[in-house]
Design a protein around this ligand. Sequence first.
Ligand code: FAD
Length: 394
Amino acid sequence: MSQATRFDAIVIGAGAAGLMCAMSAGRRGRSVLLIDHAEKAGKKILISGGGRCNFTNLHTAPDRFVSANRHFAISALKRYTQHDFIALVRRHGIAYHEKKLGQLFCDDSARDIVGMLLRECDEAGVRLALETPVTRIARDGLFRVETSRGPFESESLVIATGGLSIPKMGATGFGYRIAEQFGLKVLPTRAGLVPFTFAEADPRNFKDLAGVSCEASVRCGGTAFDEAILFTHRGISGPAILQISSYWRDGDTVEIDMLPGLDAAEHLKRLAAERPKAEVKTVLSEVLPRRLAHRVTPAGLDGRPAGQVREREWSGLAEDLRHWRITPAGTEGYRTAEVTLGGVDTSELSSKTLEARRVPGLFFIGEVVDVTGWLGGYNFQWAWSSGYCAGQFA
Ligand SMILES: Cc1cc2nc3c(=O)[nH]c(=O)nc-3n(C[C@H](O)[C@H](O)[C@H](O)COP(=O)(O)OP(=O)(O)OC[C@H]3O[C@@H](n4cnc5c(N)ncnc54)[C@H](O)[C@@H]3O)c2cc1C
């Protein structure tokens, strides 16, 4: 067996969580090797937020995360908060702004965030090995990591290889396989923050509405989000849909209120009274995008002047628009999903250190863990928080 180069800690995955962990461990004086099979670090950061990286959310709180254990994220989120990350961004002189709903974006480019993390790693003495596939991991006292650049050994091993979303960018199931290799439970994974699709043959597919968007309240089970929805050629997307997709299971019905915050029946009747000669679809166009208004006008009311529509019919129409039910055929899957739900079972990990309870020295951080944030900067905050915490102990 060839002689391995030894480090205190090896971090596999130079994405958001891995970079944060490596710099935090390095700052503690640990010798750290950060390995990635990709040719650059932080590729997902670079494409995130439309190239401007929505790097955190001012309203980060544990209830913004989906996990089989909704308490698990509390400790890490408290120990490294959104304000800690904002302070780091400020120290590096990176200009940022709040877009909406507490979402913080770089003014300029996501490259600033990657640059900042790489500089921090460099200053902390982290050795970065890119284009370095890992071929085997074993443990015999120390962890032994076999790579295309030869073997390395360490006391601590941190798995930060992310989830399955966007395989084209190098996402792999590597982290889940390593967890299973060490006997840790992995919860079933599925795509999250992802558009819904309709069956091609579904008469209610909305191809003709592709490109139309409107504000809505979207509900699945006990969870609802008020934001925009967007019709696409294959189904339906937009922030409210992406959010609810993380709560949706195959076969579930999703309920959409297309007139949120309005007393819809009263509002429609008032509009009709103001324009009794206008057609129903014209009246509806005052509260919905025109193409959508035309599509949702019931055949029985099409062409009728608004003044001739009975009260009961307005109430019925309002009710339909407030409780529009769709049953998606599926989602666009990992190809376009922003995140992967499920993953390494949190019951296997310490919530304080992210270390596997049964395998001392082995840590899992970021998206590979069964903690998934809402849309809006929460996933990066989980990567920073979990990465920082593991970096304090690895
Ligand atoms: C298009 C898109 C936009 C997004 N925008 C945002 C946003 O604006 N805000 C937000 O909060 N979240 C956003 N997300 C989600 C966010 O990017 C992820 O939640 C976050 O990157 C997870 O961090 P991570 O470090 O756990 O994994 P990743 O950032 O995915 O990093 C994993 C790293 O591991 C490496 N790796 C994988 N397998 C191996 C292997 N076998 N060997 C070696 N290395 C390996 C990968 O190359 C990668 O560098 C977005 C996601 C996508 C897809």
